[in-house]
Design a protein around this ligand. Structure first.
Ligand code: G4P
Length: 536
């Protein structure tokens, strides 16, 4: 087993390797309302990326950030788009890939997790693990993404600390190591105990930002809050120190163990500890699997893959931005990359970095960074850009939709326009489009209802295509494949109207319900039904 700590902390072999080694690319996973937005603000504050907290998400009047591009966002006060924010702290470059804050699940959220090297899991201390956290965690687990846990809202009534840790261990099958431990709870929450140093950081003690926790005698705590039972606290801390697993970097990096920090994003408490932990333990950009070989992050030649396309970021300019994660090497403004899917050169004349509110031209970027590449529909999700070698990154997935609908056009004359628009939308990853082989009108598939609203609003605004969605006879879609081409052909012929083509022309089986899917699957010998497809 290689020593990961040594690999990270040893002196890098080249200036490129040094740049790569100081990067941390991560996302926050949480259930709505756990405090993701508040924590994001505070993290950005630490990095000096914004001057005032409250600018990432400002509900109502204040809400005029760059992602405020679509009416449905304004109406609902939610952020539909996934954005990326870059900030520096303590010599490290953090790329925080934001995921939509709405409870609806969109594919963007899943795909964003293919572009990160670690994740921060935010848990509401009163609620513990909630549904969406668990779902996002499962996506992280598929890729063994290391998770750092932040238990938030400690300034409010919270559940028992041991209980919370136990729940993480049991429901997620993830070992925990508390790095800090809360002292007092709810109204009597006083601060956190640093398990490694034995110091206590006080909620009202200043110094919340950085610096070591003060070493306060536990006996003195009673003078700060008469409600605290010092003996109980002493006992709990002793138990926590003795009973909990020691932190193991390898287990963390392999996704088996999570370090846990306690705090209050609202009070900007514990956020510094979290950020320090992330810098120290979270991995630098990992090697990425391609169709030919593993590509190491510190290889000199630039490679990148597109994991998200975003349209209309600026309502005044109808631009499309492809978000690309650099996997190796260095991107320099003006360089010519190759778009492997088409074999054509792609000049990178104005790659962009994103900050809390602004974007700026990226003169150079390194493996681990995410850049926005303006384009007019040339780039698709899953595309690989390289400095020359024809590798294609694998693992940018499409997920089987959970909702399937038929698109009904109010103006039948516009069928051709709709076809083009749907093609574009599916290349952007807004929806999946399935064209039944029997010539019936196209079906769209989405992971969350909100995607349908976005599709409807965009078709109307950008293509003047008013559409409705109809519930249809199909509810489920699975990609089908077989090692035996003949078997696949026979299956397709036998299931005529239940087979459609996806955007790449790959066959998809449409089923009325789970039962029918199971029934068909059992009888379709040699056919593989898949709910995830790698975008090529
Ligand atoms: P989300 O992005 O995960 O959905 O959560 P968000 O940060 O918007 O936080 C949800 C609510 O929880 C907000 O209150 C926020 O102020 C509050 N909150 C976040 N962190 C903490 C914390 O550490 N302690 C306490 N006590 N509250 C916290 P809201 O009233 O629903 O929203 P707002 O009107 O303040 O925006």
């Amino acid at each position: 087993m290689p020593d990961l700590a040594l690999k990270t902390e040893s002196t890098p072999a080249s200036p490129l390797a040094a740049e790569v080694a100081r990067r941390r690319t991560f996302a926050i996973i949480s259930h709505p309302d756990a405090g993701k937005t508040t924590l994001t603000e505070k993290l950005l504050l630490f990095g000096g990326a914004i001057n005032l907290a409250g600018q990432v998400k400002a509900k109502g009047e204040r809400r005029n950030t760059r992602s405020d591009w679509m009416k449905i966002e304004r109406d609902r006060g939610i952020s539909v788009v996934t954005s990326v924010m870059t900030f520096e702290f303590d010599g490290r470059v953090f790329n925080l890939l934001d995921t939509p804050g709405h409870e609806d699940f969109s594919e963007d959220t899943y795909r964003t997790l293919t572009a990160v090297d670690s994740a921060v899991m935010v848990i509401d201390a009163a609620k513990g693990i909630e549904a969406r956290t668990r779902k996002l965690f499962e996506v992280c687990r598929l890729r063994d993404i290391p998770i750092v846990t932040f238990i938030n809202k400690m300034d409010r009534e919270s559940r028992d600390t041991f209980d919370l840790l136990d729940e993480i261990e049991k429901t997620l099958a993830l070992d925990t190591t508390p790095m800090t431990w809360p002292v007092g709870r709810g109204r009597d929450f006083l601060g956190t105990y640093d398990i490694a140093t034995g110091g206590i950081r006080l909620l009202d003690g200043g110094g919340a930002k950085t610096g070591a926790a003060e070493r306060i005698d536990i006996a003195d705590l009673a003078t700060r809050n008469a409600n605290l039972n010092v003996d109980e606290i002493r006992e709990e801390l002793a138990l926590a120190t003795e009973a909990c697993k020691p932190f193991e970097l390898e287990a963390f990096r392999e996704g088996h163990l999570t370090p846990v920090y306690f705090g209050s994003a609202l009070r900007n408490f514990g956020v510094g500890d979290l950020l320090e932990g992330l810098g120290k333990f979270a991995p630098p950009p990992r090697a990425q699997e391609s169709n030919l070989r593993k590509v190491e992050a510190d290889e000199p030649r630039m490679t990148a893959f597109v994991f998200k396309i975003q349209a209309n970021m600026d309502p005044n300019h109808r631009d499309r931005i492809a978000f690309a994660r650099l996997c190796s090497g260095k991107l320099t403004r003006g360089m010519k990359a190759k778009l492997v899917r088409t074999g054509k050169p792609m000049p990178l004349s104005s790659p962009q970095f994103f900050f809390a509110q602004d974007r700026a031209i990226a003169d150079e970027a390194f493996a681990g960074d995410v850049v926005g590449i303006p384009n007019h529909g040339t780039l698709r999700i899953g595309d690989t850009l390289t400095e020359g070698e024809d590798v294609t990154f694998v693992g940018v997935p499409s997920f089987a939709p959970e909702i399937v609908r038929r698109v009904r056009l109010t103006d039948a004359m516009k069928a051709k326009k709709l076809k083009e628009a749907l093609q574009q939308m599916s290349e952007e990853g807004v929806v999946q489009v399935f064209r039944p082989r029997d010539g019936a009108p196209a079906l769209v598939g989405v992971v969350g209802m909100l995607q349908l609203d976005v599709l409807k609003a965009r078709l109307d605004a950008e293509y003047s295509l008013p559409v409705d969605f109809e519930v249809c006879e199909f509810q489920l879609a699975r990609w089908i494949s077989s090692d035996d081409r003949k078997k696949l052909d026979v299956f397709i012929a036998a299931n005529g109207s239940g087979v459609a083509d996806d955007v790449d022309g790959d066959p998809v089986f449409l089923a009325k319900n789970e039962f029918y899917l199971g029934y068909t699957r059992e009888r379709a010998e040699g056919i593989v039904f898949s709910s995830v497809k790698d975008v090529k």
